[in-house]
Design a protein around this ligand. Structure first.
Ligand code: FAD
Length: 401
């Protein structure tokens, strides 16, 4: 594994840096000090910035050129993420759409879905959200109970509730996992849909977080009608489409520059008045720093594998678990060293300290990822699965009994 840029990568990095030097001054402040406070204004400015990034080849880096992307590999994506973080400017507004939903449409979409959706999605004109989690189906995602019933004319009526839907409040579409057949085992009766968020019967209610923002929502669906052409992938094969989305989610989280922020945190704590004189703080900085370095090397290993044509496997979960827990610890230490002032919401640290713990759950909780690593990387005995092969309708009646 070579940790240095190859001559081509170094040249690419230089091009990205030059573009950022020329354009960074126009980037909107979307977090921390100087943030555009009004959400509509912030979203509009961020949308414009996403368009600029596309023009510069810095958004949709790994998307094929035929769909408007830059046609590069994961290493170039990492380089772009690193340089964006270094320049202190945001990435695209629609991290979820560009990182997960667009790539899933490229894999599973019909020609018409690709033609209709990919351009507006990439340019930020139509934001996409992920309508997967439900109040009783998060870790056990295949347990979703939102149902889609096919009508005689081929259309579907969707009814149910989703939760934790990031960005739903300004999304044009959601990619939604619903149950179309409850009489088969839970993974088999699912179908994925592309749902317009302004369709009659869709209600979006914001959930306010400790950070003060309301990035997530509850989404209620009441007999929402969509055409047969809204199915993404095949009817009954929604789990396959979901796995594709989750694979891209792992990739997007795995290549995100969370660790770089955390390293900046660790450096900032070390510079805080009195921190270096306190042996307990010194030890904690050393411990967190070691974890961050280990997860950075793990990240390099992951990226090398991807560059060699591999797909994001279960070991990607390890990078997420280590990186996020080290970043959370760094945030906690900032709180300990700097005191309550560090929680000021207008401050970048305040935002990160209150937001980071949520990342322990996003994209799979730490416990679930540890289970997966135990079973699929270390080869430990699997968890007991009592629902295997049992029709979903029978599982529900058992739960209700
Ligand atoms: C920042 C953030 C953004 C998100 N964005 C979206 C989004 O845009 N769209 C979307 O659909 N969802 C989103 N989510 C939801 C996320 O996918 C879920 O939170 C996650 O899958 C966990 O589900 P849950 O919250 O229902 O927890 P649960 O599944 O109820 O788990 C509760 C606790 O029990 C533990 N647990 C559960 N099962 C097991 C087991 N078998 N073994 C050991 N421990 C177990 C979990 O680890 C956890 O600690 C987001 C979440 C966060 C925090």
């Amino acid at each position: 594994m070579d940790l240095n840029d190859s001559p081509e990568q170094a040249e690419y990095r230089e091009r990205v840096r030059t573009w950022l030097r020329d354009n960074a001054a126009d980037a909107p402040r979307v977090r921390g000090e100087g943030m555009i406070q009004d959400e509509d204004e912030r979203v509009a400015a961020w949308r414009t910035w996403q368009r600029r990034l596309v023009e510069g080849g810095l958004c949709g880096v790994t998307w094929p050129e035929e769909f408007g992307g830059a046609g590069k590999g994961p290493i170039e994506q990492v380089i772009v993420n690193q340089e964006l973080a270094q320049a202190g400017v945001p990435g695209p507004l629609d991290f979820i759409g560009v990182g997960m939903m667009g790539p899933a449409i490229i894999v599973h979409g019909t020609d018409e879905q690709k033609r209709r959706h990919l351009g507006p999605l990439l340019h930020g004109d139509e934001v996409f959200c992920q309508l997967f989690s439900e109040p009783a189906a998060g870790s056990d995602l295949a347990g979703v109970t939102t149902r889609a019933v096919q009508q005689d004319d081929g259309s579907f009526r969707i009814t149910g509730q989703k939760v934790w839907t990031t960005n739903a409040q300004f999304s044009a579409y959601g990619v939604l996992l619903a149950r179309t057949d409850a009489d088969v085992p839970k993974h088999k009766g699912l179908t994925m849909f592309i749902v317009p968020m302004d369709a009659p019967g869709v209600t979006i209610r914001g959930l306010r977080q400790i950070s003060g923002e309301a990035e997530f929502n509850e989404v209620f669906l009441d007999e929402v009608e969509v055409g047969a052409d809204a199915v993404l992938g095949q009817v009954g094969a929604g789990w396959t489409t979901a796995l594709t989305v989750l694979m891209f989610e792992r990739l997007a989280i795995g290549t995100a520059p969370i660790g770089y922020s955390a390293e900046r945190f660790a450096a900032a704590i070390a510079d805080a008045p009195g921190a270096r004189e306190d042996s307990a703080v010194r030890q904690e900085i050393g411990r967190i720093g070691t974890e961050l370095i280990a997860s950075r090397f793990n990240g390099h290993r992951m990226i090398s594998e991807l560059a060699g044509g591999g797909v994001p496997g279960p070991e990607f979960g390890l990078a997420k678990v280590t990186m996020v827990s080290a970043a959370v610890d760094a945030g906690d230490l900032i709180g300990d060293v700097l005191g309550p002032d560090a929680l000021d919401h207008d401050d970048e640290w305040g935002y990160m300290i209150s937001f980071l713990p949520g990342l322990k759950s996003a994209g799979g909780t730490e416990e679930i990822l540890r289970n997966t690593i135990g079973e699929r990387v270390l080869g430990l005995p699997p968890e007991p699965r009592l629902d295997k092969g049992v029709p979903f309708s029978e599982l529900r009646s058992r739960q209700e009994a």
